[in-house]
Design a protein around this ligand. Structure first.
Ligand code: FES
Length: 163
């Protein structure tokens, strides 16, 4: 039987490349065979927790931190390109870099537009009394993903990380 083709890296938007990766050395993080379609894995390198994910559109490497309040996405759920955060029900597209559903806490989207708090299951949204906590939620901006360049060499997923 012919071997399966190696998975390919996602072709991410150049402006979303992670800072500090120009000229950065590629490092072996995980065997491609250990990351089938739909799988995610956290790999820690020094102070960086990297999320390597096998999406419908290819392999991606980003920080294992939710673009909202930094929860580890590696313990969320991946469906196609969209990862669900285990905290505030935010959904984020690992293929485009964009949020799909703003977290229950509301706040600002990447372009700075405000979104109100909301709640699933027909419950009333949890609204903080006016004060610094409510203000912090209102002013928290969901970011777009920043991508680490990734390649597959000899069956290994290699990622360029800042030095
Ligand atoms: S930390 Fe992920 S949705 Fe809030």
């Amino acid at each position: 039987m012919a071997p399966l083709p190696e998975p390919r890296p996602l072709d991410f938007r150049p402006e979303l490349r992670a800072l500090g990766t120009d000229g950065a050395a590629f490092q072996r993080l995980v065997a491609a065979s250990e990351l089938p379609a739909g799988a995610m894995r956290r790999v820690t390198v020094g102070e960086l927790d990297v999320l390597v994910a096998h999406t419908d559109e290819g392999l991606v490497a980003v920080d294992d931190r939710c673009p909202h309040m930094s929860a580890p996405l590696s313990i969320g759920a991946l469906d196609g390109c969209v990862v669900a955060c285990p905290l505030h029900e935010g959904l984020f597209d690992l293929c485009s870099g964009e949020p799909v559903r703003i977290p229950t806490t509301g706040g600002l989207d990447p372009d700075g537009r405000y979104h109100p708090t909301w709640s699933s299951a027909g419950r009333e949204p949890k609204v903080d009394p006016p004060g610094p906590k409510a203000e912090a939620r209102r002013l928290t901006r969901v970011r777009r993903f920043r991508y680490y360049p990734l390649r597959v060499v000899d069956g290994w997923i290699e990622v360029a990380l800042p030095g």
